[in-house]
Design a protein around this ligand. Structure first.
Ligand code: NPW
Ligand code: K
Length: 505
């Protein structure tokens, strides 16, 4: 698991540790880790000796970390120049160390920008977890110079301009190739739009002990541990039967896609009810179909309602019946719009899977006005808000998919897999079938949603191909699910056997 903590949590943990250590220890640990990463990057593209590095130094401790790291690089022969964004407010000890190691201060703004144009690497130490609001005007000319030169940036602790707690970006922010963060991840490094500015994130442990995380990201081993596995005694009911109420005359394909991914996701059987039964059976003869609605469809351990359902009276009846069934329930697409009309139905076994537009409708259904743009820009706060308002688990789809439970003390899960190519028609139908199948197999809504998002993202990458990838269809994503599943399971086995070799397993 990858954990992220809020600024308040980091400050509290740092405060405790600081009392036990000699003055400046944490900052030196941070600077050493930062310098090591910069040295690695410089070495990879040439050599450290004689390379040109420019530091953008703000008035707080983020700037101080940067100066101390700059001193270490200067001591190894790099030509390091520092732009002080506030001449009168700079960490004195850090500046002294920087100069003593051979670092120089750049002159006026023109000279600073000229240095940036020649640089091999720029360090962004403008502001860290103490930042408030967007970047201030004084930093902008340097930001523009960095963009013009296309020089790689290492962000110190987090890219300046990104809100550490939420990932929100108000106005301009630094775009980093690498972010070296200290002690723990910050939510803004894992959640878009902030995550997009952070590049590759490297964590430097500095010894602080942080409590329960605000945000966490599953990794292969976590997902492997949560995947349902049939045992010798399993029959289809013990493995879980998932019911899917989806599709309409206009959108039969949504039903086929949701069913297809549900079949690949661990449930023992899939029941389908709706008007696309003929299409579903043609594509998947193993599915039990009916057109009588959830109440008459037979026993299931979870319902998925919504993909391609349309929003007429029949759809409303379908939703009502599924809400009456005493089993976990996933609502997606049209079912979310129907739910928004009636407002929250607090149920801990309910999983909602909106994209930003559907989130806007759900928020409105609970009396909160917001625009799609606002939800996209503040994904983390809105995901939490929706989960609290609706008293259930919410999976907010999008550039970084988030899964928030109704209890604010439980960390929000942020999905680390995926590819922009997944933004394709039918992709959401695949995700809902997958998550519903996992619910039926017995996973809690938070686990079902986050494991589904993880596998969905991996399958998207597999279908799309390595690196830049290529366009994919939702059917291809569904077809790639077994490969993603195997990849996760195999990864965990590798870790286990490595653990045994090292005698830690
Ligand atoms: N905690 C830890 O465990 C450890 C933390 N460490 C490091 O300390 C960093 C936090 O340092 P910090 O508290 O001094 O705050 P920091 O981020 O430098 O910013 C505050 C300064 O910036 C200014 N400023 C504010 N907003 C701004 C804006 N939008 N744009 C521009 N400027 C803005 C603000 O000025 P003011 O608002 O007063 O005018 C103030 O002077 C942390 O990120 C990490 O790098 C490590 O050393 C190891 C242990
Ligand atoms: K920074």
């Amino acid at each position: 698991m990858r954990y992220a903590h809020t600024v308040e949590q980091v400050r509290a943990a740092e405060g405790e540790l600081r009392q036990l250590l000699p003055e400046g220890t944490l900052m030196q640990r941070a600077a050493a880790g930062l310098a090591a990463t910069c040295a690695e990057l410089l070495r990879a593209s040439g050599r450290i000796y004689g390379s040109r590095v420019v530091l953008l130094v703000g008035s707080g401790d983020n700037g101080a970390d940067t100066l101390f790291a700059g001193a270490r690089l200067a001591a190894r022969g790099a030509r390091v120049g520092a732009v002080l964004l506030d001449q009168d407010r700079v960490h004195r000890a850090a500046l002294t160390a920087f100069r003593a190691a051979g670092g120089v201060l750049t002159g006026d703004q023109r000279e600073g920008c000229a240095e940036i144009a020649r640089a091999d690497l720029v360090l962004d130490g403008i502001v860290g977890i103490g930042g408030r609001g967007g970047l201030r005007a004084g930093a902008l000319p340097y930001l523009r110079a960095v963009e013009r030169a296309g020089v790689p940036v290492v962000a110190v602790d987090l890219p300046s301009g990104v809100d550490a707690d939420t990932g929100e970006v108000a106005g301009d922010a630094v775009r980093a190739a690498v972010t070296v963060t200290f002690g723990t991840h910050k939510p803004g490094l894992l959640v878009d739009p902030g995550a997009e500015y952070a590049g590759v994130v490297r964590l430097v442990p500095i010894g602080i002990a942080v409590p329960s995380a605000a945000v966490e990201a599953l990794q292969h081993a976590d997902v492997a541990a949560l995947l349902p596995r049939p045992s010798g005694e399993s029959d289809k009911y013990r493995r879980g039967v998932v019911g899917i109420a989806a599709g309409s005359a206009r959108y039969p394909g949504a039903a086929v896609l949701a069913v297809s991914s549900a079949l690949h996701a661990g449930a023992g059987a899939v029941r389908y009810t709706g008007s696309a039964a003929a299409e579903v059976v043609r594509a998947h003869p193993e599915v039990l179909v009916s057109d009588q609605g959830p109440a008459q469809a037979g026993r299931v351990q979870a319902w998925v309602v919504g993909p391609g359902l349309s929003d007429g009276e029949e759809a409303q009846r379908t939703l009502d019946q599924a809400l009456d069934a005493a089993v976990p329930l996933l609502l997606d697409a049209d079912a979310l719009r129907l739910l928004a009309r009636r407002g929250p139905v607090p149920r801990p076994d309910l999983l909602l899977t909106p994209h930003a537009g559907e989130a806007v409708a759900l928020l409105a259904g609970a009396g909160v006005q917001a625009t799609r743009e606002q939800v996209e820009a503040s994904r983390l706060p809105y995901a939490r808000r929706l989960a609290e308002l609706y008293g259930c688990t919410v999976l907010l789809k999008g550039s970084t998919t988030l899964v928030a439970g109704p209890d604010p003390a439980v960390p929000v899960r942020v999905n680390p897999t995926g590819t922009p190519w997944l933004a394709t028609a039918g992709s959401g139908d695949v995700l809902s079938g997958l998550a519903g199948s996992l619910l039926a197999a017995g996973l809690a809504p938070l686990d079902a949603g986050s494991v589904a998002a993880y596998l969905h993202g991996l399958a998207g990458r597999t279908a799309s191909g390595a690196a830049e990838g290529a366009p994919i269809t939702a059917s291809e994503v569904a077809a790639a699910l077994p490969a993603a599943w195997r990849d996760v399971a195999r990864g965990a086995e590798t870790v286990l056997s490595l653990g045994k070799q090292l005698r830690i397993g």
